[in-house]
Design a protein around this ligand. Structure first.
Ligand SMILES: Cc1ncc(CO)c(N)n1
Length: 224
């Protein structure tokens, strides 16, 4: 049997370079020093609102596939409450950006968002519980780490500061810790083949997370 916490260290070392690239990305440094163009932030929040609708479904699939009652409850609660909290944040940020959640929902889903949500849905529908968990792990982990990093720096822009506060919040850090604990336990109960799948999905989802920031920075649209 492997040690769950050691496995978490391996998973983190697999995505540490992605985390470093995200922190150095002009979208994130711009949130922190206030220079991020409003258009890029608005693009990000609009696409993230699209993302969250499918993410809630993916978390519900994690709940369905979980091996223990406590994990069923945890993912079902995150699907219902954690995502709703983010949706509320987005609705109020969109209002301050001069638009609305309804208007944002009518905007096109751009290529990177389609790629990421399709990947998450396919992994969670078709894969084992271990695969589904591997795919959602960076969604929690990278946001919690980015939030914690940005909180120490803060932002002179009150809108960006509100976004940072939501992810640096102990409530978001705590749901992340719950999923990390569930992943450690799962690893201890899983085969080497499943460990390899968790690592593969953690890495791929981490790469999609980087692309998601980058697409907003580029104001990505469908070229044709
Ligand atoms: C793309 C993305 N990943 C993770 C989170 C955190 O739930 C989010 N809101 N958006």
């Amino acid at each position: 049997m492997i040690n769950g916490n050691q496995f978490l260290s391996t998973l983190w070392s697999d995505i540490e370079h992605i985390h470093a690239a995200v922190l150095a990305h002009p979208f994130i440094t711009g949130l922190s020093d206030g220079t991020l163009p409003r258009a890029a932030f608005r693009h990000f929040i609009t696409q993230d609102a699209h993302y969250l609708r499918d993410y809630a479904r993916v978390l519900a699939l994690c709940a369905t596939k979980a091996h223990h009652d406590a994990d069923v409850t945890m993912f079902a609660a995150h699907s219902a409450n954690a995502v709703a909290a983010e949706q509320e944040l987005h609705a109020s940020l969109l209002a301050e950006l001069g638009t609305s959640a309804t208007a944002a929902a009518a905007e096109p889903i751009t290529p990177t968002t389609v790629a990421y949500t399709s990947y998450l849905l396919a992994s969670a529908y078709r894969g084992s519980y271990a695969e589904a968990v591997g795919a959602v792990l960076p969604c929690y982990w990278l946001y919690a780490r980015v939030g914690a990093h940005l909180r120490s720096a803060g932002s002179p822009d009150p809108l960006y500061a509100r976004w940072i506060d939501a992810y640096a919040d102990p409530a978001f850090q705590s749901v992340t810790d719950q999923v990390l604990a569930a992943t450690a336990r799962l690893a201890e109960e899983s085969s080497p083949a499943e460990h390899a799948l968790i690592r593969k999905h953690n890495h791929t989802a981490g790469r999609h997370e980087y692309l998601f920031w980058d697409a907003a920075w580029r104001l990505e649209q469908w070229p044709v």
